[in-house]
Design a protein around this ligand. Structure first.
Ligand SMILES: Cc1ncc(COP(=O)(O)O)c(C=O)c1O
Length: 397
């Protein structure tokens, strides 16, 4: 009897967000919910749009026979066709339903992809900082995540990626808009990454590019997220409706394979098989029906941009530096140098912020020391009321 040592080790090293969350519960008990400024979780606080709620009600009351039955592991054909239309419009390339597999959120899609493509010991390169769970998703399937640095503005550092490439590289995983920086990788950077991997492929193994893009729709100032498929054939998109339609608990997402991918059919079959043997069997039936209709519903994200502006205003007043987010709902901030000794330890600083009832996540969990993350999918009051805490905390640090 006993829990596997590797799981215990992984749990120990990935407890930053959970710890912030648990400390938050404690602080809220002590000071009251309203007096704690909890920026730890990326849980969208917008309700799903009314039109989506109406679609949910309509489907729930349709009385359709067989609506709860097993289905083909890839998902309902009508839903896959709708996702194909969505991805075609985003990628500017005609994607067919035969390249789409419905998934249990973007997280499920990534696990399915890794299961399908990773040999034991294979590596997945990721620009840091990155979504902390990637490490575990790779390890789940015998792979190793290899973080590489980004430039000072968090754009792709092609030299760093080139230096990390080897015959073990199965994929490069990109996430744009990025969690935790809010960075959107430019089309030029995507093209340059594609060219780099084409060059590398001449030596033998061609890595996939996997674009994890659950935040694609949430951008600011009219910014657009670049396509990938026109520039690189061995490309896969993983996405979900967790953030754009505020449906994270419904666990509905998909993966889409570039129709130009040289091993498209085999990869598709492997992803369908992985969906089955990982025990997902298929993505949730009810919400497949929902997103087949709801994916086009327009959503107003202006409240995220208002809150982004409110929080950046607070940080400016406190003199805390941050990377201006272009999308998603996170602010990645620099730990100010401690006045006495210049210390910029992110764990110490996040612990210290708790004295001011502010909850933040240390950058270590995202592969970036001396930084910390604030999720601003919280009420505007939480942001405005946190001003004094940030100002005092920065002053006394
Ligand atoms: C970058 C990134 N990828 C994937 C996920 C997982 O998304 P889902 O809830 O759709 O599985 C998240 C969730 O926060 C995320 O931030």
């Amino acid at each position: 009897m006993g829990v596997a040592a590797q799981v215990l080790k992984a749990m120990e090293s990935s407890s930053a967000i959970r710890k912030a969350f648990e400390d938050g519960l404690q602080l809220k008990k002590q000071y009251g919910e309203k007096n704690v400024y909890d920026f730890s979780l990326g849980n969208p606080d917008l309700e799903p749009p009314e039109e989506v709620e109406n679609i949910i009600k309509k489907i729930a009351s349709s009385g359709e026979k067989g609506a709860h039955a097993y289905m083909p592991n890839a998902g309902y054909m009508e839903t896959r066709a709708a996702m194909a239309e969505k991805v075609s419009s985003e990628q500017g390339v005609k994607v067919g339903a035969d390249g789409v597999v419905m998934a249990v959120g973007a997280a499920g899609a990534l696990n399915v992809i890794f299961k399908a493509i990773l040999e034991p010991g294979d590596e997945v390169i990721v620009p840091a900082p990155f979504f902390a769970e990637y490490t575990h998703y790779c390890a789940n399937h015998g792979g190793k995540l290899v973080p590489v640095s980004t430039k000072d503005d968090f754009s792709l550092d092609l030299d760093a990626i080139a230096a990390a490439l080897s015959t073990k590289t199965a994929a490069v995983l990109i996430n744009s808009p990025n969690n935790p920086t809010g960075k959107i990788y430019s089309e030029n950077d995507i093209k340059a990454l594609a060219a780099l991997l084409e060059e590398h492929a001449k030596k033998g193994r061609k890595p996939y590019i996997i674009a994890d893009e659950p935040y694609r729709a949430i951008t600011y100032g009219g910014k657009k997220v670049s396509a990938l498929f026109p520039f690189y054939d061995a490309a896969i998109v993983a996405s979900s409706f967790a953030k754009n339609l505020s449906l994270p608990g419904e666990r509905i997402g998909y993966l889409a394979i570039n129709p130009a991918c040289p091993d498209k059919d085999e990869l598709f079959a492997a992803c369908v098989f992985a969906t089955r043997v990982l025990g997902y069997v298929n993505a949730p039936a009810f919400f497949q029906k929902v997103v087949a209709q709801a994916w086009k519903v327009p959503v107003d994200y202006s409240s995220y941009s208002e809150r982004r502006d409110a929080l950046t205003g607070v940080l400016k007043k406190a003199g805390i530096e941050f990377a201006e987010p272009e999308g998603a709902f996170y602010l990645f901030c620099k730990v100010p140098a401690r006045k006495t000794d210049g210390c910029t330890d992110e764990n110490l600083f996040c612990d210290y912020l708790k004295e001011y009832r502010v909850l933040a996540v240390p950058g270590t969990g995202f592969g970036k020391k001396a930084w910390f993350r604030l999720a601003y999918c919280v009420s505007k009051d939480t942001i405005t009321n946190s001003l004094d805490s940030f100002v005092q905390a920065a002053k006394n640090w």
